[in-house]
Design a protein around this ligand. Structure first.
Ligand SMILES: *[C@@H]1O[C@H](CO)[C@@H](O)[C@H](O)[C@H]1NC(C)=O
Ligand SMILES: *[C@@H]1O[C@H](CO)[C@@H](O)[C@H](O)[C@H]1NC(C)=O
Ligand SMILES: *[C@@H]1O[C@H](CO)[C@@H](O)[C@H](O)[C@H]1NC(C)=O
Ligand SMILES: *[C@@H]1O[C@H](CO)[C@@H](O)[C@H](O)[C@H]1NC(C)=O
Ligand SMILES: *[C@@H]1O[C@H](CO)[C@@H](O)[C@H](O)[C@H]1NC(C)=O
Ligand SMILES: *[C@@H]1O[C@H](CO)[C@@H](O)[C@H](O)[C@H]1NC(C)=O
Ligand SMILES: *[C@@H]1O[C@H](CO)[C@@H](O)[C@H](O)[C@H]1NC(C)=O
Ligand SMILES: *[C@@H]1O[C@H](CO)[C@@H](O)[C@H](O)[C@H]1NC(C)=O
Ligand SMILES: *[C@@H]1O[C@H](CO)[C@@H](O)[C@H](O)[C@H]1NC(C)=O
Ligand SMILES: *[C@@H]1O[C@H](CO)[C@@H](O)[C@H](O)[C@H]1NC(C)=O
Ligand SMILES: *[C@@H]1O[C@H](CO)[C@@H](O)[C@H](O)[C@H]1NC(C)=O
Length: 812
């Protein structure tokens, strides 16, 4: 049955296609036809125009057969490529061809007619008539089908490059391999794959060593929510933005909902991200696997340490007592400035230097639990090949653990890592070694983008001497051009391109484009801090105009008692957060005691101002409810750092010109490690009266549920117009105070009262215009659930988003 109906559909579609003039069938290639690199029009375009397949330039006179997003239109080298046939063997810009041979094999040949890539598909195994064709589908899948065969003979979805499109499955047989660097499509060293124990992992598979770094290898699979017991090994991202993997990894992207273009990509920096195309044609990151870019392995060479700062991106440096093995190539790592200890064999000569918040992952000689620092030092001094040890507090056991290291690999520095490395150094010189200083001692990474050139030599045999002279001249000109373009670009950008983390300019991403301003610059921009536009617990916000960004909001933090390092660490956290419903930070300033943050300017002010002016209709209020929930959900979960806001209120929800809400002031939030979840170090009361959860008052542990509570109060305020802070009377009834506001709403919806009735009674009477009663019911239900006294009864922010959106999709 299924087979025959499938055949029918196929035959009908083929008849349909063949009845049209051939020029209209741009998405297919028929038996015996070919696409030639010499003809720029030889491109397959899917029916909707979203995808194109053809020859894509990857370097000077170097091309790959690729599939890319072609809507909105792109050209030259600015397209987003999703699949590449011959990534490690580019072909020549002349005489190369992709041919669909009469025997069913799809073959890519280059100028010398050598076969560079082939599908080795064999329709004869299921078909006698050999009626097959190649088609580029709207899903981005390039499919070779024979009308007599049930399964496609070949499809690009089964051979992914570094991108997984919605509906494309990652299986036991497939691996995403990152590209080498931005703009270089050669296979890189980072892989996303299903491991032998059925867990989806990220692996650094470098030339000298390899190492798994995601999920966090310091935890066993079930601790990070993965299972090893489902051996189906399949993972897929759907078009709504929900990712499911057979190892129980599940997530929703921060913009969950209907979107036309999405992709999951194994990026060249070692992270995996989901991107969604926004209205302006740019790609926004809507999920990422790792929140700290230095926890990726293989970034710096042996013994070298990776550190990240928003202004400089990732960089590598050598620890004290070590120097670069090769001053120009950081991948070669660092070498000791002292002689090996093994020959000396004496305790008396060694000592240890503590590097707080540093780690070298792996290569532990032993694991010693519940030990003392003295014992650990003794152990490492005794071991000839011990280079140092990690010493870390184990919160579960309440004691310290020691890990002597035989190699110093995968080094990184992060304020959120709560452990130390004790480096083994000669006692005599210990005092002369300083903490690593930035500057000449640190080289930025990743390495410079290298231009791709064809390595093969067949060109000479194929070309006559006239052509080869022309070719040489062209190459020289091209080289000069590259250098000029590179210099101009570096100059225009004003920073080292590597500091952009290597992201294409179309991607606006966490930590990029971050500027360190001087105090004088900001003073000038804000006209001596004259136009105050807001005041929060953290400081005062002024309006300013920056020469390169235009209007900005500059927050002058109150007398900062944090040190510079600590402040930079917090800025780094905030800079890492990138979501359409979070305010974007453009930069910061640290100078003496001045601490300033520079944000994008929101020209519609805050939700508070607009609520009091009664200008927001119900549709806008609903959208603000959904948007701010998404922003908070991202803060809590999507970026894996568990950032609490702690001061959710209408003053901190800003509106852009489309009334899209953006949550602001999450600078107050304190970074929480997951381990410290049950036991937090919050001591001071934060937040604003009226929006504060009962946990603050009863001195109970503070979790992300405090934000859920405050969000619930904001919803009630938006719905009813009641003010949770000050009591005041509306229609002769008191709607003030957060307790009174919730009890008042609960009382209105007594059993027996029709829904239409109580909704009409609680709704803000000053808002005119129609409303969707279903939406109102959902909003009230969600709000009341959020303000439960018992924090376990409150939903999480992503559950809130789901509840709000589920209702929307039911109504479609
Ligand atoms: C790509 O380049 C073309 C022309 O060079 C331009 O029109 C288009 O906007 C660019 N697209 C992106 C996404 O940068
Ligand atoms: C994986 O490959 C094996 C052997 O090549 C094949 O039998 C199997 O069907 C493939 N599995 C999937 C899910 O593609
Ligand atoms: C294994 O994972 C697949 C895909 O996510 C799912 O359909 C299947 O039900 C799972 N099997 C078990 C036993 O959980
Ligand atoms: C440093 O590395 C570069 C690039 O790998 C190499 O050309 C150079 O010879 C090396 N220098 C030394 C002193 O080893
Ligand atoms: C750690 O060791 C000390 C002394 O040896 C012992 O008293 C203590 O109970 C140990 N703690 C744990 C958690 O094993
Ligand atoms: C961090 O480590 C110190 C000891 O070095 C320990 O006292 C403290 O509780 C740890 N904090 C967290 C959040 O794990
Ligand atoms: C280490 O100390 C020894 C003895 O004090 C001295 O001779 C040597 O120059 C020092 N080495 C370095 C790199 O400072
Ligand atoms: C080389 O190629 C050019 C252009 O194709 C042609 O005019 C010329 O005669 C060729 N020379 C030789 C020696 O084949
Ligand atoms: C800012 O203050 C300085 C003196 O402190 C003054 O010279 C300058 O004119 C002021 N600028 C503006 C725009 O008010
Ligand atoms: C929202 O508030 C801002 C700032 O007060 C104001 O400029 C804007 O006009 C208000 N919008 C409406 C619709 O009232
Ligand atoms: C929280 O952790 C600290 C050590 O990090 C411990 O001393 C304290 O007793 C813990 N508090 C609670 C409530 O568990």
């Amino acid at each position: 049955m299924r087979n025959s109906s499938f055949l029918l559909v196929l035959i009908l579609s083929i008849l349909h296609l063949s009845s049209q003039p051939s020029s209209a069938t741009h998405d297919t290639l028929s038996r015996g036809d070919s696409l030639s690199i010499d003809n720029p029009d030889d491109i397959l375009i899917s029916k909707s125009g979203v995808f194109s397949a053809g020859f894509y330039p990857v370097g000077k006179n170097a091309y790959c057969f690729a599939i890319w997003f072609s809507h909105p239109p792109c050209s030259g080298q600015n397209c987003t490529v999703v699949w590449v046939a011959n990534r490690d063997e580019p072909i020549n810009g002349r005489y190369s061809k992709l041919s669909l041979k009469k025997n069913g094999n799809l073959v890519l040949t280059d100028a010398s007619q050598a076969v560079v890539w082939a599908t080795e598909s064999d329709p004869l195994s299921c078909s006698k008539t050999l009626f097959f064709q190649l088609q580029l589908l709207d899903s981005g899948n390039l499919v070779l089908r024979d009308r007599e065969c049930n399964v496609p003979l070949w499809q690009s979805f089964h051979y992914p490059t570094d991108v997984l499109l919605p509906g494309q499955k990652l299986t036991r047989n497939t691996t995403l391999v990152s590209s080498r660097s931005n703009g270089n499509f050669f296979s890189g060293y980072y892989k996303l794959y299903f491991d032998n124990d059925n867990v989806l992992r990220l692996l650094f598979d470098g030339p000298l060593y390899s190492s798994v770094y995601w999920p966090d290898p310091a935890h066993v699979s079930w601790e990070v929510g993965r299972t090893t017991y489902n051996d189906s090994r399949v993972a897929v991202l759907d078009s709504l933005g929900s990712f499911t993997s057979s190892d129980d990894l599940k997530f929703l992207t921060s913009d969950f909902g209907q979107k036309t273009q999405r992709m999951l990509k194994a990026d060249h920096d070692g992270n995996i991200r989901v991107y969604s195309r926004e209205k302006d044609g740019k790609w926004a990151v809507t999920w990422q696997g790792l929140s700290e870019s230095c926890t990726v392995h293989g970034i710096c060479g042996p013994k070298s340490v990776c550190s990240y700062s928003p202004s400089e991106g990732r960089s590598c440096s050598c620890p004290p007592g070590y120097v670069w093995s090769n001053d120009t190539d950081w991948t070669q790592g660092c070498a000791p400035r002292f002689e090996s200890f093994c020959n000396k064999g004496a305790h008396a000569h060694v000592d240890f230097l503590r590097l707080p918040h540093h780690d070298y992952y792996g290569y532990d000689r032993a694991y010693i639990q519940n030990t003392t620092l003295a014992w650990c030092k003794e152990k490492c001094a005794d071991l000839c090949d011990c280079k140092g040890f990690q010493y870390k507090f184990n919160g579960n056991r309440g004691s310290f653990d020691c890990y002597p290291k035989i190699r110093l690999q995968n080094g990184y520095f992060s304020f959120s890592f709560n452990g130390s490395i004790y480096l083994k150094l000669p006692k005599a010189n210990l005092s002369s070694y300083q903490r690593p200083t930035k500057g000449s001692n640190s080289l930025s990474c990743p390495p410079k983008v290298q231009e791709v050139f064809l390595k093969r030599t067949y060109l000479e045999s194929h070309m006559n001497s006239t052509l080869s002279i022309l070719f040489t001249v062209a190459m020289v000109l091209a080289g000069v051009e590259i250098v000029v373009v590179f210099l101009t670009w570096s100059f225009l950008i004003g920073t080292d391109p590597d500091k952009l983390g290597g992201y294409a300019k179309g991607y606006h991403l966490a930590g990029t484009g971050f500027t360190r301003f001087t105090y004088a610059e900001l003073k000038k921009a804000t006209e001596n801090f004259s136009k105050q536009i807001g005041r929060g617990s953290g400081g005062i916000v002024y309006k300013g105009v920056l020469s390169d960004h235009g209007e900005a909001a500059v927050k002058l933090l109150n007398e900062a008692n944090q040190g510079e390092d600590e402040f930079l660490a917090e800025v780094r956290t905030i800079g890492n957060l990138n979501h359409i419903n979070l305010i974007t930070m453009w930069g910061y300033c640290v100078e003496g005691r001045h601490r300033l943050l520079v944000y994008e300017f929101m020209n519609h002010g805050s939700l508070a101002e607009n609520l009091s002016s009664d200008q927001l209709d119900w549709k806008k209020r609903y959208e603000i409810a959904v948007g701010s929930a998404k922003g908070l959900a991202y803060l809590h979960e999507e970026c894996l750092e568990w950032v609490l806001h702690c001061d959710v209120k209408p003053q901190n929800i800003l509106l852009n010109s489309d009334y899209q809400p953006k949550v602001a002031d999450f600078g107050l939030s304190k970074l929480l490690n997951r381990d410290s979840f049950k036991n937090t170090s919050f001591s001071r009361i934060r937040g604003t009266r009226g929006y504060m959860a009962p946990e603050w008052v009863y001195n109970m542990p503070i979790t992300f549920k405090v934000d859920v509570y405050s969000y619930g109060i904001v919803l009630l305020e938006m719905l009813t117009g009641g003010n949770p802070v000050a009591s005041h009377a509306i229609d002769g009834e008191v709607k003030g105070g957060n307790k009174r506001l919730t009890t008042w709403v609960r009382e209105k919806m007594k059993p027996g009262v029709a829904m239409e009735t109580w909704i009409r009674e609680i709704m803000d009477p000053t808002v005119k215009g129609p409303y969707d009663i279903k939406k109102m019911e959902v909003l009230v239900a969600v709000a009341l659930q959020c303000v439960e006294e018992d924090r376990d009864a409150r939903p999480t922010m992503s559950q809130v988003v789901e509840m709000l959106l589920r209702h929307e999709s039911e109504n479609l």
